[in-house]
Design a protein around this ligand. Structure first.
Ligand code: UT7
Length: 322
């Protein structure tokens, strides 16, 4: 049986950092409110001319280096993102060409904050089926370009960035178990009201901004993530005591703490980046993985549970061994 395994990771964060104090000058908020309600202290914000493909290319180069692969080794590119450069061509084709990767399967995947988990799970299937030998899998967002900077309900939450992993076949698992889900009944609780075939004329107007009923999203997120964590472990026949690390989506420190409690994990066994990155949507899990690997906390052989939840709603978790 062939499994897939992460061979290297990388991340890219835009140069510009916006602190809570900067936001105090822009909207009626306070550093204290943002820290205590969300855990965010600062976030990176992309430049006006910066794009998802540019950020992914930088993250990918680092991941390729870490995995010891070159562009010619890669035969699949998948990007989870809600803020691609263009509606088409899909952003993975831009990344593939710019990195000099030979023509291959390349597509982007839109599952809001769960985009990377969906992308990782998809690449895992291709590798297990023998249809890919070396996948470049990314989660990336220029989500701040969709933010209304005069709306305190949302502008304090988000940040930009890109995370990349190289996934390769392995005789040992690797990716152990993937658990994806979605339920469109919640579509009105978190959405962006402009698309290609709906409301395109509103792009660039005051109506084009992230719409979120935060406290309702919070409740469903905590409930759903708790349930899928339990289901993922059960499916894999793994007990929560066996987990070495939780690498969660970084939307809100209170959601992360609730998940840790549910899994009986002390916060010392949770990778938390929300204070530095804010909610980077599809980029948050791969960037958190990279942070943990590069600072030496996440080690080869350890058992890690990742999870995410986002607009749709979509949700997913991946249990993996590094
Ligand atoms: O990643 C995708 C999934 N997204 C999430 O998981 C986000 C989930 N939701 C959340 O993280 C939280 O609901 C928020 C951080 C968005 C909001 O926190 P909350 O504790 O649920 O606050 P709330 O929306 O219930 O608002 C409480 C109060 C309100 O004032 P009143 O009506 O009680 O007077 C808001 O107007 O906080 C006010 N408020 C703010 N005050 C200062 C909302 N935003 C701000 C702000 N600064 N930035």
């Amino acid at each position: 049986m062939t499994y897939s395994r992460i061979a290297g990771t990388g991340r890219y964060l835009p140069e510009r950092i916006m602190t809570n104090h900067d936001l105090e000058q822009m909207v009626d908020t306070s550093d204290e409110w943002i820290r205590t309600r969300t855990g965010v202290e600062r976030r990176h914000v992309c430049a006006d001319d910066e794009t998802v493909s540019q950020m992914c290319i930088e993250a990918a180069k680092i991941a390729m280096d870490a995995a010891g692969v070159t562009a010619s080794d890669i035969d699949m590119v998948i990007t989870g993102t809600t803020s691609p450069d263009l509606i088409f061509p899909n952003v993975s084709t831009i990344i593939q060409h710019e990195l000099g990767i030979p023509a291959c399967t390349a597509f982007s995947l839109e599952a809001a904050c769960t985009g990377f988990i969906y992308a990782l799970s998809t690449a895992d299937k291709f590798i297990k089926a023998g249809e890919a030998k070396c996948a470049l899998v990314m989660g990336a967002e220029c989500i701040t370009k969709l933010v209304d900077w005069s709306d305190r309900n949302t502008c304090v939450l988000f940040g930009d960035g890109a995370g990349a992993v190289i996934l390769k076949p392995s005789e040992e698992p690797g990716i152990i178990s993937c658990h994806l889900g979605a339920d469109g009944q919640y579509k009105d609780l978190l959405y962006y009201p402009v698309g290609a075939s709906k409301n395109l004329a509103a792009a660039g107007t005051a109506d084009a901004r992230i719409m979120m009923t935060g406290n309702e999203v919070f409740k469903v997120a905590v409930k759903t993530l708790g349930r899928i964590a339990a289901e993922t472990l059960e499916k894999a026949g793994v007990s929560k005591e066996e987990l070495d690390w939780l690498v969660p989506h970084q939307a809100n420190i209170r959601i992360i703490q609730a998940m840790a409690k549910r899994l009986d994990m002390p916060m010392e066994k949770v990778i938390v980046t929300v204070q530095d990155h804010g909610n980077t949507s599809a980029a948050s899990v791969p960037m958190a993985l990279d942070v943990g690997i590069r600072d030496g906390r996440l080690k080869k052989g350890q058992l890690i549970l990742t999870e995410a939840f986002g607009g749709g709603f979509t949700w997913g978790s991946v249990l993996l061994r590094l």
